[in-house]
Design a protein around this ligand. Structure first.
Ligand code: PMP
Length: 423
């Protein structure tokens, strides 16, 4: 940062590390909504955290090594040769019809009955989050979200100037009584609530799952209060047992906008997700999708469609489940063995994440540079709150590192925590 003068006073000038040019140059031109867009303070540290000597328990990257890469390469090549004139062409703003039918079959595994006309394909479910927020939110509108909630959704909500109001959760997920209290308190202060954003299965970052009884209760509360539910379910098929976790959408087709994704069950690099919405909402979403991207990538959709019809994708999901269950076990065992007294954590029954709470007095954001020096990385809890809470929480992910690295990472983390306790 250099010093410059503006209006006779000395002002700091933010400069690009790469080019040295001023980053403040266009500052008076930006739209107001960009004030809600903030670079993550921890992003710079993650560049360091990605060095091989650092065990990263931070990212949510799926373990792609178990994919049948060579067979997929043959499939991709055949797609170009046999269907290239379609696959490489512009396509429908709503998505490839055959894939939308297959998506309905995938959702049927969670009890959802849906018509392909009500499905829209998106560039990952992140795009679906963006488009849904775009069509519903005016600045100042309230979105209710679990405390904590997915960092990428919070960023999207803030970029549309939504007010995020967090609702408490426990080991059974979002607490219905807390939801009622949040609705009452927002309405008492004259605020307009548009959506409840919830991740019912294997929550990111909390690692917990909403109980069946609460699903029905929460759907009812939202219906009565006239608040739409945005059900975000990228991890739903990655449970570690064979229990069916029925989507909220399965029993409430009119008031739920459901988001799904191939990122965790297949490959995030293809950037293909979807939204299932009541018919009228779906029409608005297609208009928004067209104005944002014209259409989702046809090649990637057709590749996934071939994968779903020609490969053992259920077997692949089973392989992912086994890998992640083993890694979850390793992480929980390492935490139980090494974490200091007073530390607690959740026990996920699927998905990628464990949510850790350190004893009072810890500041996990302040501790992160010391952890990275000790060659382990995590995500500090404050990233998952819109209101500054989460200082003594952190998220650990077990999806990507091998079991040996997970144990080593927890050992290093426990060492950092112990040395803070000593100070
Ligand atoms: N929702 C949740 C809860 C997530 O964890 C993620 C990815 N980390 C996404 C949405 C976005 O997923 P994608 O855009 O890759 O489908």
């Amino acid at each position: 940062m250099n010093a410059g003068t503006a209006g006779g006073r000395t002002q700091p000038v933010h400069r690009s590390a790469a080019t040295g040019t001023s980053l403040d140059q266009h500052i008076d031109r930006y739209a107001q909504r960009t004030t809600g867009m903030r670079a993550s303070a921890i992003r710079a540290l993650f560049a360091v955290a990605n060095r091989p000597e650092v065990v990263s328990l931070a990212g949510g990257m799926p373990f792609l090594r178990s994919l049948p890469l060579e067979a997929l390469a043959v499939e991709a090549s055949e797609l170009v040769v046999q269907d290239g004139l379609t696959a490489l062409q512009y396509g429908s703003g709503q998505g490839v019809p055959e894939l939308r039918e297959q998506i309905c079959q995938v959702m049927a595994l969670e009890g959802i009955t849906a018509h392909p006309d009500d499905v829209m394909v998106t560039v990952g479910s992140q795009m679906a989050l963006d488009l849904t927020t775009r069509i519903f939110i005016d600045p100042g509108d309230v979105i209710l979200a679990e405390a904590p909630s997915y960092v990428g959704a919070l960023g999207t909500f803030q970029s549309y100037q939504a007010q995020v109001v967090h609702v408490a959760m426990d080991d059974d997920g979002l607490i219905p009584e807390a939801l009622v209290a949040a609705i009452d308190s927002c309405r008492a202060s004259g605020r307009r609530i548009k959506l409840l954003y919830t991740i019912p299965n294997f929550h990111n970052p909390a690692g917990v799952t909403l109980s069946d009884a609460r699903r029905a209760r929460i759907a009812e509360i939202c219906r009565v209060a006239d608040i739409a539910i945005l059900e975000d379910n990228p991890y739903g098929l990655l449970g570690f047992d064979d229990r069916l976790r029925r989507a909220i959408r399965a029993d409430d087709a009119d008031n739920v906008i459901y988001l799904g994704s191939f990122s965790k069950t297949f490959a995030p690099g293809l950037r293909v997700g979807w939204v299932l919405a009541p018919h009228a909402v779906r029409e608005k979403l297609v208009l928004a999708n067209e104005s944002a991207t014209l259409n989702p990538p046809v090649f990637n959709q057709m590749l996934i469609s071939r994968y779903l019809s020609g490969f053992d994708w259920r077997g692949q999901i089973k392989a992912y489940q086994q890998t992640y269950a083993e890694r979850r076990d390793t992480m929980l065992a390492a935490l139980a063995e090494m974490m200091p007294e007073g530390t607690t954590w959740t026990t996920p029954d699927g998905g990628f994440y464990v949510w850790v709470t350190l004893p009072p007095g810890f500041d996990t954001a302040a501790m992160l540079p010391r952890a990275v020096t000790a060659r382990v990385a995590y995500v500090p809890g404050t990233a998952f709150y819109a209101d500054g809470l989460g200082t003594r929480q952190l998220r650990l992910s077990y999806c990507f590192p091998t079991p040996e690295r997970i144990t080593e990472g927890v050992r290093r983390l426990a060492g950092v925590i112990a040395s803070e306790l000593d100070v």
